[in-house]
Design a protein around this ligand. Structure first.
Ligand SMILES: *[C@@H]1O[C@H](CO)[C@@H](O)[C@H](O)[C@H]1NC(C)=O
Ligand SMILES: *[C@@H]1O[C@H](CO)[C@@H](O)[C@H](O)[C@H]1NC(C)=O
Ligand SMILES: *[C@@H]1O[C@H](CO)[C@@H](O)[C@H](O)[C@H]1NC(C)=O
Ligand SMILES: *[C@@H]1O[C@H](CO)[C@@H](O)[C@H](O)[C@H]1NC(C)=O
Length: 833
């Protein structure tokens, strides 16, 4: 069986490694992608990924490609091509691993791999996004895997495809990167705050200064070290020294794992041949990606001095003094030629895409002016969104592209048994009982009491749900749908969604409807179709678009909804030329949508996570009342004893919760995040992703957060709102949006809190309309007493003077379902059966 072969191979590779040197990696996967046979690269055997191909999904989204028909034993001659989202799932021991991705763009049939564009991500980090391979390339990452599997997901960028030639996943000793002591931050601000152990790194450069190429089989950790001469700015100012046998590995300092002896035993030093007393710098320049922090590891070993305390030099990074009067002999127990490594963190170079590293002699100890470096590693650190690449990236491709996850599973125990075991694990996982979390579903939004009677509390929805009919009652004959749309007349087409075309129609009782006709070939569509019917026939709410019926005759997938006169919120924000909405209208729309979502999240028995909250999924009726639409992706949320649903990442780019993306665990806080993006979108009236804008502006969420943090959000709001928003209202609104975008779900407010804050923002706005002078208005409204701000934590009932009217409306909200369902049963009677 394939599994046994795999195990053997892994063992063989491990043995090979141990015979070189000390460290034996627990995991040592060398995978030759898309090839039916094993291949070797510099004496390292890469195992065919076909050995596990029985675990690939059958829908043929992956293609095996080979450059030549000859059975060349080169990992770069074959590739696996993915036309949809696909993953390799590799079972690993927890801890830090190298992940190396080998790419060689060649042409195979119609696939020109040089034009492939895709993203690669792990469960926790985005490694590559919008990545295109120009020439043969190896990308190396160091990831700390905190789960028992490493899932590497390849996501083609819209319409493109992904490929990979080979993958390495190899354990790294935990001691290689630690925060004790924490590295110094270049440019002054002390030690690096934060734990390095959770960071992901991408190796940008790894250099053997003054030496030659070190290949993976000459390094205990299978690293590649490049010579440095190509990076020197002025080669004539430097010269090389090689004294490999003199290197001392002093216990407690650098080890052979930190860097091999061949690295410590060579260095680049100042070329003082012309004038031994000359004072100058030797400088290297490296290409870096601005906007990221870099982890720099310098390897030093004084192989040039004849006695202790001779060599004193300075180290500069981007002209900033990083270390002064460095005397290596005092660092390593007064040992000459002791191997020593020094870590630094370089804050993100904001604009420049070059990083310069210079060494120069000390200006204090000037007897023997010289300066050396033996090795240097430059590693990019993930940003706060867990990314190592900030290109546009559409995880899951959004709902509008049909795709399925193709999982090729390669593990130490491969085979159908593993699949069974995984199923078992999933089952156990879902059954596992868990106590209510603080961020969980125990929290019920408690609206205000009006005249002493609490309204809209938990129980009231129960009554609205009792009258829900079964799905079958919603079935509409195909003939009726054809009639309603004049046989799907193209002139009635009002849009195309991911699911299919949308037509405007009229039922024979005069009810205006929107008819969504799914593409019958789409498997994905079928799932969405079912979800939508299930969700919408269960949940009825004034702020959720109503399903009038569906039709599944002749393999059709047709959904019939109430017609929403004013289209999407997005259409009223930009790009359509419609008159812009007032601030009050926008607030009311946000409040309505928040109500709909709040209702979904706090469902009595089955909380629902929408998963695709965006301005295009919030519709407006003839009175501009907002209703949340498109439940095709929604998932029944965790039952009360779980805190998240683990699921494939779906959603829309620009709105997607980074935490959901990293952890693939869904909570209602993912909707809160997306809703926060909608709030900024409503405020700024621009697309959430606009690739035509300068880089820092492309992503609205990031851009708006930047201005919000500076307290200058008013600088980037919709022109037409300028001067028409009361500062207090704007502040409340912006704070709410900001909280929704917190990095971690636990820090985000619940939809109930969001709703309350938006109501408050509306009150603050309306106070102006009531004729309050602009400047002392803050005093008029004041901040509400703390118990109101905390209301959602308890069941404190508070009377807020002057708000009864609006909250009364919210109480009607929950009751409206009753009348809606009455309307439905009538409609269904007249149209159905
Ligand atoms: C690949 O290599 C392993 C171990 O060297 C061996 O057991 C296996 O038969 C090889 N597979 C193929 C298809 O050559
Ligand atoms: C690298 O390893 C090979 C054997 O694998 C050996 O022959 C060679 O001398 C080594 N090179 C260096 C620089 O150590
Ligand atoms: C070396 O580079 C640093 C940083 O750019 C600079 O301040 C220093 O003056 C340079 N030293 C010499 C001797 O040029
Ligand atoms: C990198 O990601 C980790 C979690 O994976 C996070 O703890 C860390 O803060 C991130 N780095 C930065 C600079 O935000």
């Amino acid at each position: 069986m394939g599994g046994e072969k795999l195990v053997t191979l892994v063992l063989v590779s491990c043995l090979f490694c141990t015979c070189c040197h000390g460290f034996t990696p627990q995991d040592n996967y060398l995978i030759n992608c898309g090839s039916p046979s094993n291949s070797s690269l510099m004496d390292r055997v890469f195992m065919s990924d076909k050995l596990a191909s029985n675990l690939l999904s059958s829908d043929n989204q992956e293609i095996l490609a080979s450059q030549s028909s000859s059975s060349s034993s080169d990992i770069y001659q074959t590739a696996r091509v993915f036309t949809g989202v696909a993953s390799y799932k590799i079972s690993v021991a927890r801890g830090r691993h190298w992940v190396r991705l080998h790419f060689n763009p060649f042409n195979y049939q119609t696939y020109q791999m040089g034009s492939a564009k895709f993203a690669v991500s792990s469960q926790t980090h985005v490694l590559l996004s919008d990545f295109t391979v120009k020439s043969r390339d190896v990308k190396e990452y160091s990831l700390n895997v905190e789960t028992d599997d490493l899932v590497l997901t390849f996501t083609p960028s819209g319409g493109s495809f992904a490929f990979v030639n080979a993958i390495e996943v190899i354990s790294v000793p935990a001691s290689l990167i630690t925060s004790s002591p924490p590295p110094r931050v270049v440019g002054g601000s002390g030690a690096f705050q934060g734990s390095l152990s959770s960071h992901a790194f991408e190796t940008i450069h790894r250099l053997n200064m003054g030496g030659s190429l070190v290949t993976p089989n000459n390094d205990t950790l299978t690293r590649t070290w490049q010579p440095d001469s190509g990076f020197l700015l002025e080669k004539n100012l430097a010269k090389t020294v090689s004294k490999i046998p003199t290197v001392n590995f002093v216990p407690g300092y650098a080890t052979e794992e930190t860097a091999p002896k061949t690295v410590y035993g060579t260095c680049t030093e100042m070329n003082s041949d012309q004038n031994p007393n000359a004072i100058f710098n030797v400088t290297w320049a490296f290409d870096v990606d601005p906007g990221f922090q870099y982890f720099l590891r310098f390897h030093f070993c004084d192989i040039v001095s004849l006695s202790l305390n001779q060599l004193y030099f300075n180290l500069y990074i981007d002209s900033m003094l990083a270390v002064t009067d460095l005397d290596l002999s005092t660092y390593v127990d007064n040992t000459l030629a002791g191997a020593y490594s020094m870590d630094l963190v370089m804050p993100s170079p904001k604009s420049s895409n070059k990083m310069r590293v210079s060494i120069g002699p000390s200006t204090v100890h000037t007897d023997y002016p010289n300066a050396i470096v033996n090795g240097l590693e430059i590693m990019k650190m993930n940003n706060s969104r867990g990314q190592l690449s900030d290109g546009a990236f559409l995880p899951g491709g959004g709902p509008s592209t049909k795709q399925k996850n193709v999982g090729l599973i390669v593990g130490a125990t491969v085979g159908p048994l593993l699949a069974l075991a995984l199923l078992g694990v999933c089952f156990v996982f879902f059954c596992k009982k868990r106590k209510l979390g603080q961020d969980g579903y125990s929290k019920t939004w408690m609206p205000f009491s009006i005249n002493g009677t609490s309204v809209g509390s938990k129980g009231s929805r129960g009554t609205t749900l009792t009258s829900i009919t079964t799905n079958a009652n919603y079935r509409i004959p195909f003939a009726a749908v054809k009639d309603a749309t004049n046989n799907f007349d193209e002139s009635r087409n009002i849009g195309v969604g991911g699911f299919g075309k949308v037509y405007k129609g009229e039922l024979n009782d005069g009810t205006r409807v929107a008819v969504k006709r799914g593409n019958p070939k789409s498997q994905q569509g079928l799932a969405e179709f079912r979800t939508e019917i299930e969700m919408l026939s269960q949940f009825r709410h004034r702020h959720l678009v109503s399903l009038i019926g569906y039709c599944d005759e002749n393999n059709e997938m047709i959904l019939v909804y109430e017609y929403m006169e004013n289209g999407t919120v997005k259409g009223h924000l930009y790009g359509s030329g419609l008159p812009s909405l007032t601030w009050k209208q926008r607030l009311e729309i946000c409040i309505g949508a928040a109500r709909g979502l709040h209702y979904l999240h706090t469902g009595d028995s089955k909380p629902v996570i929408h998963r695709d909250v965006k301005s295009a999924n919030i519709l407006l009726d003839e009175n501009f009342m907002a209703k949340v639409a498109d439940f095709g992706l929604s998932k029944t949320g965790p039952e009360l004893d779980q805190t998240h649903v683990s699921t494939a990442v779906k959603g829309s780019f620009g709105y997607l919760d980074p935490e959901y993306f990293r952890r693939q665990q869904l909570t209602e806080k993912s909707d809160v995040y997306s809703f926060g993006v909608v709030l900024f979108e409503v405020l700024c009236a621009r697309p959430v992703i606009d690739p035509t804008l300068p880089r820092e502006m492309v992503n609205l969420a990031e851009w708006a957060m930047k201005w919000q943090k500076k307290g200058l959000l008013d600088q980037i709001i919709d022109q037409s709102l300028r001067g028409n928003i009361r500062p207090d209202s704007l502040r409340k609104f912006a704070e709410t949006a900001e909280k929704c975008l917190a990095d971690y779900g636990v820090d985000r407010p619940s939809m109930g809190d969001v709703l309350w804050n938006l109501e408050y923002a509306l009150q603050l706005q309306e106070a102006v309309v009531d004729g309050e002078p602009e400047d002392n208005s803050t005093n008029m409204i004041g901040d509400l007493p703390p118990q109101i701000n905390n209301f959602s934590q308890g069941d404190t009932s508070v009377n807020v003077p002057g708000t009864a009217g609006r909250f009364e409306e919210s109480s009607i909200d929950d009751l409206s379902g009753v009348s809606m369902s009455k309307v439905f049963s009538q409609l269904v009677k007249s149209e159905g059966r």
